[in-house]
Design a protein around this ligand. Sequence first.
Ligand code: HEM
Length: 481
Amino acid sequence: MRMLDMPALSGATRTGHLNEIRDDRFGLFRRLNRECGDIGLAKVLGIPLVFANGPEVLHEMLVEKARSFIKSPGLRGPLKPFAGQGLFTSEGEFWRQQRKLMAPLFTHARIERYAADMAECASHAIASLRPGDEIDAARITTHIAMRIAGKTLFDIDTLDEADELGAALTVALHWASETSLSPVYAVQLRALGALSSVAERLPEPYRARSEARLEAMVEPIRWPGEQTKQFEAALAVIHNRVDRMIADRRASGTSRPDLLSMLLDARDESGNRMSDQQVRDEVVTLFIAGHETTATALAWSLYLLARHPEALARARAEARAIPGPAVESRDLPALGYCLRVFKESMRLYPPIYFFGRQAIADVTLGGYDLPRGQVVLISSYALHHRAEIWPDPERFDPSRFEPAVEEKRHKQAYLPFSAGPRTCIGNLFALMEGPIVLATILRRVDLELRSQAVIEPEASATLRPKGGMPMRVTAVETGAA
Ligand code: HEM
């Protein structure tokens, strides 16, 4: 079938669905699922955007036909100025080599050693809390996740938002998120699309050469202004600090128990190691991809528990039954309920709530013929709210993730970490960090929401709680770490 025969989303204006994508993205994602079913078409400034909605179509695209797609330029371009050729933003053979090199660093056996650091960072962040304190729980989870990233990546104990590197990374991520939504960047991408169609018709070797040049153009143009100035200052801090850490580590000649040393020691099949520039790109990528997502998932977990007293009591009892002064990796099997809470929070509020691909060859998807260059978007947020997959989808129910229930569901019905070859490399890390941090908090402090008003998600770089997560500390257990 032709792509244009695909079910199309109603309500396009002169700019297509641009305003809705900018102003009511969640409404648009849900409407697409409702009106178009498993695969549908929306438009932005005349450009057709395909939305893959159903688990079968998602499996076809992310797993079976993964080689026919790359990540969509609009979502990776704004990250490139700081994440460079890191794992999140690179493509093709280069990405494949890097993934192969880095996969061993994220196996269960390797990351288990970070469990104690995760518990320690969480304990540290809540140590000073006292009954009656009014806090923003989202700031606390960011603080914890940043510290964990600092410790596990660089073996430094003090990395947080107060640190210039932590602050610079936050500025950079904010810039990328704002830029990806800006109409000016949409126009840049449209021009890029037009140039790509011309390049496609060129004979080799001109075609390959122009494609390399066009790839460089996915980075947003930095128009003069205050935001660009701040972003470039942040970029300088990131590059200087990370470069210095790499140089110091190489000069010291010693290996430390962190990811930086593992990246510096990693060798490909021919025995070659990564260049310093590549290590920098990977370090920045891991730091950004690793902390913001987990912090967001943890904040929503605390929110959902605060709104569901029975679930809270159960999670707290589980956490408090852990013997010993701190949660350790061997306690993870006993934290099954905390893990299910964490997973259910990512169903309702997936930190990466949408992502995208671009076809690099003519390809059929869901029975429709897509041309080379076609962008396909995926909203895990809408997928996780489909009533035919998730009965009573708005209800918080951690039992959806009991192993027997999970087994019966389509594998691609739940995509907080994406799927296929580009699935999140840190998923085991996150699924360990989530329950450890939650249990450490629940063992020590009791929290309540300062208001019963529903907290809305905000479509920024991740699905952050709009206006933060205002909570009050009601009790502190002094004996627990
Ligand atoms: C709750 C926490 C997390 C969530 C929800 C999450 C989600 C995701 C998603 C959805 C993708 C794929 C995006 C796409 O296909 O376009 C991804 C990729 C990635 N994530 Fe995570 N992530 C989390 C934690 C982490 C952690 C802890 C790390 C590292 C320590 C990490 C590192 C990465 C990297 C490097 C990639 C790119 C992988 C590749 O393309 O080969 N993430 N993540």
